[in-house]
Design a protein around this ligand. Structure first.
Ligand SMILES: [Zn+2]
Length: 167
């Protein structure tokens, strides 16, 4: 049973807050990793490596901007990884990292601080890829997790439509 903490946030209002516990998932608020006003298809499949990853596409997407899905610090910015191709990994704190792979261009450097929706690269077909798309992962302490956007978990074996925020 979790010990619960009481936090008084305003006169007469008391929230019950579970303390951080190893294994308890407290996902940051991740946004779909594209600029505002766009519609993308995101696909998950159990044959994917890792199976929790999501592949994003839209017609004519090669060269489209890829943006940070939450604020963070760039920890990997590699133009030519053997399997990921152009890849950017952003550290969002609390063990959370996002991976954006097969990028045509990597437009950030290790150590850069990025804001939510700030460009990090462009959609490409680099590394072990068979057509332009964005391969995207959310990892917790290095472990791939089912992707979550705005608190909604992406199901397994799904092809879904994602709309970014209105501009
Ligand atoms: Zn992929």
């Amino acid at each position: 049973m979790l010990r619960r903490l009481s936090v008084t946030v305003a006169a007469g209002v008391v929230l019950s807050v579970a303390p951080a516990v190893a294994g308890l998932r407290t996902t940051p608020s991740f946004s779909v990793p594209f600029p505002c006003g766009q519609t993308w298809t995101g696909a998950t499949r159990t044959s994917h490596r890792p199976p929790q990853a999501i592949d994003f596409n839209r017609p004519g997407d090669e060269g489209d901007l890829v943006v940070a899905s939450a604020p963070g610090t760039v920890v990997v910015a590699e133009p030519d990884h053997a399997s990921y191709g152009g890849v950017v990994i952003v550290d969002h704190g609390d063990g959370w990292e996002t991976y954006s792979a097969h990028l045509a261009a990597v437009t950030v450097a290790v150590g850069d601080t990025v804001a939510r929706a700030e460009a990090i690269g462009t959609v490409g077909d680099t590394g072990r890829s068979d057509g332009p798309h964005l391969h995207y992962e959310q990892r917790l302490h290095g472990r791939p997790m089912r992707t979550v956007f705005h608190a909604r978990e992406t199901p397994s074996q799904a092809v879904l439509t994602f709309r970014t925020a209105a501009c």
